[in-house]
Design a protein around this ligand. Structure first.
Ligand SMILES: Nc1ncnc2c1ncn2[C@@H]1O[C@H](COP(=O)(O)OP(=O)(O)OP(=O)(O)O)[C@@H](O)[C@H]1O
Ligand SMILES: [Mg+2]
Length: 204
């Protein structure tokens, strides 16, 4: 295959993205693919610097629009510097969060609406994932799974906010049914992983 695939993972905090990304990576490497893992916000020097500002729990005065633009800026750099070149080399790129996170957290969670879509479409130059795996898990259950960790500024938002994020993800799944595949993430790790691998297999 000359061109690789760009796969993103989405879902609320604690929905199992990191866990499932590792399992998919192992599977794809076992099949002989070169896998590039990256995360948002971050994945390049500039994007990681932006990440520090976004997630710093002291930045309580940050406006919703500033937050949206910072995520988009970090993403623009990541697409240009890492994702697009890797896919063009024929690699499998798996990204932990992408445009749909901005839609779920800023458009739905913060209530900014579709301006977030316009900003992001421009930021990534219409470069979208071939496949997005959405791990659907009730936000209370997700927060319960990560309650022992130190929480960042976004994770510390209210439970109403996390509920809106979850509803937003469900709306996105309906809006982009060809790209976004929703998965019941309340099940066991192995069962979820098998379902994801089946979906990815159909694309390779
Ligand atoms: N299917 C599952 N059932 C029960 N626990 C799980 C499952 N998947 C992951 N976990 C556990 O839940 C916690 C959160 O998982 P993980 O870090 O993969 O989620 P995440 O979506 O990457 O979270 P974050 O948004 O904070 O990065 C971890 O302790 C992980 O071991
Ligand atoms: Mg994670």
């Amino acid at each position: 295959m000359s061109k690789g695939l760009f796969i993103t993972f989405e879902g609320g905090d604690g929905s199992g993205k990191s866990t499932q990304i590792e399992k998919l990576k192992d599977y794809l490497e076992g099949k002989g693919f070169h896998v590039v893992l990256t995360r948002e916000p971050g994945g390049t020097k500039i994007s990681e610097d932006i990440r520090e500002i976004i997630l710093d729990s002291r930045n309580t005065e940050m406006s919703d629009m500033t937050e949206t633009l910072l995520y988009a800026a970090a993403r623009a750099q990541l697409v240009e510097q890492v994702i697009r070149p890797a896919v063009e080399r024929g690699d499998m790129v798996i990204c932990d969060r992408f445009v749909d996170s901005s839609m779920a957290y800023q458009a739905y969670g913060r209530g900014l609406g579709d301006i977030v879509w316009d900003i992001n479409k421009n930021a990534v130059g219409d470069y979208m994932p071939d496949l997005t795996i959405l791990l659907r898990l009730d936000p209370e259950a997700g927060m319960g799974r990560i309650s022992g960790r130190k929480q960042d500024r976004i994770e510390l938002s209210s439970s109403d906010f996390h509920r809106r994020v979850y509803e937003g993800y469900l709306a996105l799944e309906k809006r982009f049914p060809d790209r976004i595949k929703g998965i019941d993430a309340s099940r066991g790790i192995e069962e979820i992983s098998e379902e994801i691998i089946n979906i990815v297999q159909d694309l390779i």
